[in-house]
Design a binder for this molecule. Sequence first.
Ligand code: NAP
Length: 292
Amino acid sequence: MLLLDGKKLADELKQEIKLEVEQLIAAGGKQPHLAAILVGNDGGSLTYVGHKVKACDTVGFKSTLLHFPDEISEEALLAEVKKLNEDADVDGFIVQLPLPKHIDADKVIMAIDPKKDVDGFHPVNVGKVTLGLPAYVSATPLGITKILERYNIETSGKHCVVIGRSNIVGRPMSILMSGTAKTGNATVTVCHSRTKNLKEITLQADIIIAALGKPEFLTGDMVKEGAVIIDVGTTRVTDTTTKAGWRLKGDVKFDEVSAKASAITPVPGGVGPMTVVSLILNTLKAAKNEVQ
Ligand code: NAP
């Protein structure tokens, strides 16, 4: 069984990006700049944004964190988005989700200039990705394709089962896997909460991408011998033995499934670190004006 080590891969990619940034700056280019808008003090969001800012430091990007209280109005937040759209020094920016209930997240995403939408959530980018045109691919699906690519996992002609159809993971993932890029050309089945006989479907899969947010949902009896398993799930479960009082659990029952899989991502240390590095890759693309 091959452990698909997302942490190690992300560290390697960050070193490659760091070198590229040094070359870019040595050639007279500007330092890539990622900005992040964070609203409120949700523990998960604070952690994720923290990782993104730290990754910027590692690769030599400039980063700006704009942190607003929960009470910020939708209008004021939209004004901040507009400012970032117009700030020539900012190459790309993200608005960390979820947003408080009184703010329409779709409206905020729609307000982002697609050329700076390095999270790839704007409909223009989603549409371009669907059409196979140059665009920002949302970070988690992009990170997963990088894992498959770097570990030389053949996807062409394989049956890939994606569990989950969210706009940020399941759906874009299914589009990429069925696309014509090198890491693609798979026959894709998308499953969700209304899917009947899920186990019958997962047992046919050569590749399973589990993105449903239910800890240890995918068990050994649901997986065929030799399947490739990508575990996207990150749920905080109570664990009094850790300092934080919780730990991350994936959607896959690792001990059972890893005994049958040919390759598998761990949680933590699999998809998560690759998501962060993919955002950095998108920002580098933005700095180089590669997406128009
Ligand atoms: P989400 O928006 O809640 O979507 C979950 C999807 O799973 C939905 O499409 C839902 O179906 C489906 N689902 C729920 N229960 C199911 C079941 N019993 N059988 C089959 N499908 C089921 O979640 P998300 O944002 O995609 O995130 C999924 C997980 O990935 C979460 O644990 C999240 O924390 C994690 N995540 C990790 C990263 C990372 O970087 N590692 C990034 C993003 C997300 P319906 O559409 O029918 O409701």
